[in-house]
Each structure stands twice: as structure tokens, then as C-alpha cells.
Design a protein around this ligand. Structure first.
Ligand code: 3NM
Ligand code: MG
Length: 518
């Protein structure tokens, strides 16, 4: 087998612990999975005696050879030599790469586990054929992993490899990967000039009820575009003016399509959110039970996950709904309300980010900073000393841009000025009114507004979001300026009216409201 011509797409790592393998025969599981499309196999035995490991290696090698699939041995160069298989996979605490290469010779496939850029550089320089990058997400299969790096951590390593001229070194990622998250992880981990060559899994194949079908499914998923990927960045947002030209079209798309805005939100804002959705022409549903999402996601709308009151049941419901919407590629707006306030909320943010693709993340400065800093290695650098100090203008824009780039989505940070970015284009919007801060739930209903706009205009989520913000903020300005509005109480009904009137005026070709766009 040519070590330079290996297909890493679906990489099976074995595990014969009963919790994963059950009472099945490992050889049968491996053969079924290779029949289904597994492209490379690693025998990983942490507790067996050497003789048993060699015997198992030989049995597996007889199988993999039939299908022309390479077999590697975890850690044990001696076992690989005894089996006569194609190579080894070594961890950071195992034998040195150069020694393994010397013992196994130039034709052996040698892979190395890495979790940092530094480790990746050493392994590439040392002549690794591929890197196993991880741990992507916490997994019950291996609990002693060192570093949970997320898709973003994988991407940083891929980028560093490309920058250092190691494009030719192949890569897979590992840790908590399954059929549900595979496409998102591959998508979000892709660096501008390097992407993963495959994914390595244990339980997704070894614990699968039907390993053949599971392998076939994983391979199909790896080789196809995820449903939620439309335009990665805005095709039309080169300038603010080019977006302003699109405003009427987008506002009217909402009215024309009456998109479903499925809100999983807190009790405090349900009524207000539903009224805002109706005023802008969308069709609201307040449904907090995740089971319903599997039906609702098929109606062409968008989901709002508003973490206003998070509890363990609520979190499970969010994850179900996220899975449902991701599976059909309908947009999800995530509002990480109070993200940094408590340990529970920080942990919920982490769980949500690792379980699904969030088309839009919308929050205030504190929330966006928390979301950005959720991987410990990546807290946003501040110039001031006080961690609660506001960021400077340039830092705000940079934070929003970097988070959007990392998540490959659109990020909105609200405040006196709103900032938003798709990682390529970053805008600031200065519309709005102080009354918005004096009424409960205005942030939440902005999430609802955005959801309706991205559902109606899904092919350019950045433009849809800008227009949603303009519609919302300008309506607030117009309401606040009305003579019948004297404070936050009279503001709310006036705001609903102005949201509605803007839509109606746009339909009548009266675009005067847009003149106040800042
Ligand atoms: N190595 P599953 S994580 C074998 O991070 C292994 O290096 C890891 O199991 C690493 O696919 C892991 O069931 C287990 O999550 C992966
Ligand atoms: Mg090891």
C-alpha cells in the first residue's frame, strides 16, 4: 500500500471495552464497517497482553487487506512489526516519531496525535504522514483527554500547518464525532487553504447498531456539502450602500413569505416577541418543547434559541431543536442571554456551541465576549484592566469579526451602536433609541426579528441581518419621536405600530424611513 496515497475519509479506531463494543465480535464489527466504507482502521487496545494484541492485529489485518484498507496499531510499534500491517498511530506520550520511523522503515504510515499548534509543528517536521487532531469535543469514550479544542481549535492547527508549508501532511480530527455533527465540524474547521482529510471515530462505528450502514452514512456525509451551508459570507455586502439598495427587497420578502419564526424563549418576552413577529409580517410560534422542532423545521422558517431562562430540561430541548433545524438547513438564531452571568450559563453556551451550527449569534457586549472566550485558550485581549470595562470601538468590531470568522456565521453585538460581521464584512449601525434599553425583552425580540429576516432571505444572511436591524432600530427611533410617546410605557405600542408601518410603507414604495439609516 502506498503511504502517500491513503484515503483518510472515515477512520475507525477500535475499542473492545464492553461499554462500546457490547458483546459483539470486534472482527465482525470492523469488517462490516469496512464493507460500508471505512477507509482506514486503527487497532487501539489499552489493556490487552501483547500476544493477544498481535493475534487480534493479524485477524484484523486479514480483513482489511481484503478491502485494500490500511491497518495501523495504536502506540505499539512492536505489535505493528509482528502483525506486518501498514503502520502505527502514536500519541504525545508514546515512542518518538523518529524512532518509530527508524524501526518501521520508510513505507510505514505513521500518524501522531496533536492538540496544539506546537505539537502539530513538531510532528510535521518529524515526518508524520498524518495528524490526528483532537480532542474536538468531550467524549465518554476517552475521558483522560488533555485538551478540548472544538472545531475552532482544529482550524487553528490546519491554518498553522498551511502557513508553515505542511499542506501535504494529512489530517483527521477525533473526539465526540458522529453522524450528527460530522459535517458541521468539517465545515467549521476548514481553514482558508487547508481542510480535514477525514474524521476519526470510535463509538460512531464500534457502538453503532449497524456498523456497515453507519460507515456508509459517515462517508456520504464527509463527501457532501452540509445542508446549512449557503453562502459562507455575503455575496452582496461589499459596501454599506449596496446593502441599502437591497433593503426594500428584503423587507418585502418577509411580508411575502410570512416566514415561521419559531421561538424557544423565556416567559417574560413571549407575548412581545409574538407581536413583533406579526408586526413585521412573520408568523410566530412559541414552542419550547424540542420534540416539536422536528415538524416545525420543515416549514421553511427559522429557530430562535433564547437562553433567557436556562435549565437542564430547557437545554436538552434547545439541542433537539438545533439538531432538527441543522438537519434541514433552516437558520438558527442564538441569543446567549446572560451568557457570562453564571457557571450554568457558561456551560450551556459551551454545550450549545458544540452541538450545532448557529447561523446567527446575537448578544450584547458581555454575552458576545463570553461566547468568544468559551474556549479557555481564547479570551479576548483587552487593553483596559477592568474586565467589565467596555471595549473600544475598534476592539468591538474586531471581536465581532473574529467570532464570526471562528464560527463561520454572522455575529451581531448590540449596544448603543450595533456591530455585525460575517467574518469578511463588518458593519456598524448607529440607529436605535435609548427607550429600547428601558423596556424588557427588546434584545430578545430583535432575535425574533432577525430570525424572520434570515428565514425570508436565507441566501445572504448578513444582508438579511443588517436589514432586520435597520427595520427594528429605525422603527424604535420613529416611535420615540412621536408626540404621543412619553416614556417606555407608551413607547412599546408605538414601536409595534412603527414596525408595522415601515413594512406597509415599503410595500407602497414609500421608502422615506430609510433616509434615517445611519
Ligand atoms: N483519542 P469517540 S479522543 C481514541 O483526543 C481517542 O486523542 C482521542 O471516541 C484524542 O469517537 C478518542 O467515541 C476517543 O468520541 C474518540
Ligand atoms: Mg498512545
Amino acid at each position: 500500500m502506498d503511504r502517500n496515497n491513503v484515503n483518510y475519509a472515515v477512520y475507525l479506531v477500535t475499542d473492545s471495552t464492553p461499554a462500546i463494543l457490547g458483546d459483539r465480535d470486534l472482527c465482525e464489527v470492523v469488517e462490516a464497517s469496512v464493507r460500508g466504507g471505512t477507509t482506514i482502521v486503527q487497532l487501539r487496545e489499552k489493556t490487552s497482553d501483547t500476544g493477544d494484541m498481535i493475534a487480534m492485529g493479524k485477524k484484523l489485518h486479514a480483513i482489511t487487506k481484503k478491502y485494500n484498507v490500511p491497518l495501523l496499531i495504536n502506540d505499539r510499534v512492536d505489535v505493528a512489526l509482528a502483525v506486518g500491517c501498514e503502520g502505527v498511530h502514536i500519541g504525545q506520550d508514546d515512542m518518538e516519531l523518529s524512532t518509530a520511523r527508524r524501526l518501521l522503515g520508510p513505507d510505514a504510515i505513521i500518524g501522531v496525535t496533536v492538540s496544539t499548534i506546537q505539537e502539530a509543528m513538531v510532528a510535521c517536521k518529524g515526518g508524520a504522514d498524518y495528524l490526528g487532531i483532537g480532542t474536538v469535543y468531550a467524549t465518554p469514550t476517552k475521558t483522560n483527554t488533555k485538551n478540548i479544542i472544538g472545531a475552532a481549535g482544529v482550524r487553528d492547527i490546519l491554518q498553522a500547518m498551511a502557513d508553515a508549508g505542511y499542506d501535504h501532511v494529512k489530517t483527521v480530527c477525533i473526539g465526540g464525532i458522529n453522524a450528527e455533527n460530522l459535517q458541521r465540524i468539517v465545515y467549521q474547521s476548514e481553514a482558508p487553504s487547508k481542510k480535514l482529510d477525514g474524521v476519526a471515530v470510535v463509538s460512531a462505528l464500534v457502538a453503532a447498531p449497524d456498523p456497515e450502514a453507519a460507515a456508509k452514512n459517515l462517508l456520504g456525509l464527509f463527501n457532501s456539502q452540509p445542508p446549512f451551508v449557503r453562502a459562507a459570507t455575503s455575496p452582496r455586502a461589499e459596501t454599506a450602500d449596496s446593502i441599502l439598495e437591497l433593503v426594500p427587497e428584503v423587507v418585502l420578502e418577509v411580508a411575502r413569505k410570512k416566514p415561521l419564526s419559531h421561538n424557544m424563549t423565556n416567559l417574560v418576552v413571549q407575548n412581545f416577541a409574538a407581536n413583533v413577529a406579526l408586526a413585521i409580517g412573520a408568523s410566530p410560534i412559541m414552542a419550547n418543547n424540542g420534540e416539536e422542532a422536528f415538524d416545525l423545521c420543515k416549514l421553511g422558517g427559522a429557530l430562535v434559541v433564547n437562553m433567557g431562562t436556562v435549565d437542564p430540561d430547557g437545554l436538552q430541548n434547545y439541542l433537539k431543536a438545533l439538531r432538527a433545524y441543522n438537519s434541514v438547513g433552516q437558520p438558527v438564531v442564538y441569543d446567549p442571554v446572560g451568557a457570562g452571568a453564571t457557571t450554568l450559563r457558561r456551560s450551556a453556551v459551551k454545550t450549545i456551541l458544540s452541538h450545532g451550527y448557529l447561523d446567527i449569534i446575537k448578544g450584547n457586549e458581555g454575552e458576545i465576549r463570553t461566547v468568544y472566550g468559551i474556549y479557555e485558550r481564547e479570551t479576548f485581549q483587552q487593553r483596559g484592566v477592568d474586565s467589565s470595562a467596555e471595549l473600544e470601538v475598534s476592539q468591538k468590531a474586531e471581536l465581532v469579526r473574529k467570532l464570526a470568522l471562528r464560527e463561520k456565521n454572522v455575529v451581531v453585538m448590540t449596544g448603543e451602536s450595533d456591530y455585525l460581521s460575517d467574518g469578511q464584512h463588518t458593519f456598524r449601525i448607529d440607529n436605535g433609541h435609548a427607550y429600547l434599553e428601558m423596556v424588557t425583552g427588546t434584545g430578545c425580540v430583535l432575535g425574533t426579528t432577525i430570525s424572520a429576516f434570515v428565514a425570508a432571505y436565507p441566501n445572504d444572511k448578513l444582508v438579511a441581518t443588517v436589514v432586520a436591524l435597520l427595520h427594528f432600530e429605525i422603527a424604535a427611533e420613529r416611535a420615540a419621536e412621536r408626540r404621543d410617546v412619553q416614556g417606555p410605557g407608551t413607547f412599546v405600542p408605538a414601536f409595534l405600530d412603527e414596525l408595522f408601518k415601515i413594512r406597509r410603507e415599503t410595500g407602497q414604495g414609500r421608502m422615506g424611513w430609510l433616509k434615517s439609516a445611519k
